[in-house]
Design a protein around this ligand. Structure first.
Ligand code: GLN
Length: 446
């Protein structure tokens, strides 16, 4: 009831929620109270959370931030939703997001932009901006998010909370609406690394229904939070501290690094020479995969259907023209172009080759260092509308986060000192399945 009261009072100014499931949440919360009273609850029993509206929730509308799915009520739960429910969490509802998770500012949602709780004239970041704003404004304890090129870490940074994108394959993608299948990964936005550890623990692990989910066992993340970081080798890529980085952001990040050094870590200058290629590579690979994934929204099986179609072609064309917003259409056009017969080798194949070089840079770096660190974003939260007319400026927000997804590595953003009242995020990138290490190091800063 406390959280519903806050949502009702504060969310009209933020727009972080798309659907609230009041009645169902109260039933689950009552059951959680009884379990706690009986002494058989777990650490997440009764914990109120929001799910990003890209995750299927049985019987509760799942829009993916799009008019296309405005009327879509899924017949089953995503695996991560199912697992968090089994752990006792209480789902309050569904969080706003960029349409089909395409965006860096949460301004592409069919349900309107989300606002940053620190300053409501600014963006919360995207695409999990509703999740980040809601956690930052204490409308819920934690929220799920998804990250294809930065969509958990970037809004976590701009809203001053902790966000973790696990290794590709750590969490099942079953029931998570696909954007770019080789990059998409679910994770957590929370107030602290300790909270994030508990949620990730419940979400992660093998799922036979997702052929890309990893069979590796899930360690006890909470158990290693307090581990000593003396001797930790932190790599600082020169490509993440170069031109375009706001000086205030850099100062805050370097102050946090100095704190880790004081705790016994060693800072090592490294280079990821192919990292500057990650934005152009991503904007071939992600749209290509999106154009294929979004072909299923044809007005026939589910989602928006146009009025009175003249024939099948008209049904496809008008349903898609009406259902998708401009950013989604731009991505589909880029993707189909890059995949078309005459251009496949020049774009998609080339991008896949460069992706291997980017992953190779990280492999080499992790032979010498334990964790790689830098800023999560080049600037603090920018004004609503500031970049909506310039897609390339918008795409450059993810300059530090995208390489991680191309390599499939885990990444975390932890809040450090603010600049002019706006939060700054420190990004930590770990080796494959090193989520526990990232949460441990982040916990040392909190
Ligand atoms: N901003 C990037 C994009 O627009 C990443 C989005 C994401 O991680 N879902 O594609």
């Amino acid at each position: 009831a406390h959280f519903f009261e806050r949502i009702e009072r504060l969310d009209p100014a933020l727009n972080s929620c798309i659907t609230i499931d009041h009645d169902a949440a109260l039933v689950v919360a009552d059951a959680a109270d009884r379990r706690l009273a009986a002494g058989d609850g777990g650490p997440l029993t009764g914990i109120p959370i929001l799910h990003k509206d890209i995750l299927l929730t049985k019987g509760l509308r799942t829009s993916c931030g799009s008019r296309m799915l405005d009327n879509f009520v899924p017949p089953f739960d995503a695996t991560v939703v199912e697992r968090l429910a089994a752990a006792g969490t209480v789902m309050l509802g569904k969080a706003n997001m960029d349409e089909f998770a395409m965006g860096s500012s949460n301004e592409t949602s069919y349900y309107g932009p989300v606002r940053n709780p620190w300053e409501t004239t600014r963006v919360p970041g995207g695409s999990s901006g509703g999740s980040a704003a809601a956690v930052a404004a204490r409308l819920c304890t934690a929220a799920t998010g998804t990250d294809t090129g930065g969509s958990i870490r970037q809004p976590a940074a701009l809203c001053g909370i902790t966000g973790i994108k696990p290794t590709y394959g750590r969490c099942s993608r079953y029931g998570m609406i696909a954007f770019a299948s080789s990059l998409d990964q679910a994770g957590v936005l929370a107030r602290s690394a300790a909270d994030a550890a508990l949620l990730l623990q419940a979400m992660a692990g093998f799922d036979a229904r997702d052929s890309t989910s990893a069979e590796a066992p899930v360690p006890d993340y909470a158990a290693t939070l307090e581990d000593d970081i003396a001797g930790l080798r932190i790599g600082l890529p020169k490509e993440y501290f170069g031109e375009g980085l706001d000086t205030g952001v850099e100062t805050s990040v370097r102050a946090a690094l100095a704190e880790l050094e004081k705790q016994g870590a060693t800072l090592v200058d490294i280079s990821l020479p192919n990292a500057p290629l990650s934005v152009p590579v991503y904007y071939v690979v992600a749209p290509a995969e999106c154009s294929s994934n979004l072909a299923r929204f044809d007005g026939v099986r589910y989602g928006h259907r146009c009025e009175a179609p003249a024939d099948l072609a008209d049904l496809y064309k008008r349903s898609r023209a009406e259902g998708f917003g401009p950013e989604v259409k731009r991505r589909i056009m880029i993707g189909t172009y890059a995949l078309s017969a005459g251009y496949y080798d020049a774009y998609y194949l080339k991008a896949q080759q460069l992706r291997q070089l980017i992953a190779g840079d990280f492999r080499r770096a992790f032979q010498d260092v334990d964790v790689i660190m830098g800023p999560t974003t080049p600037t603090t939260a920018f004004a609503l509308g500031a970049k909506t007319d310039d897609p390339v400026a918008m795409y450059l927000n993810d300059i530090y986060t995208i390489a991680t997804n191309l390599a499939g590595l885990p990444g975390l953003s932890v809040p450090v000192a603010a600049v002019n009242g706006l939060p700054v995020g420190l990004q930590m990138i770990g080796d494959y399945f090193a989520e526990g290490r990232l949460l441990n190091v982040a916990h040392q800063l909190q």
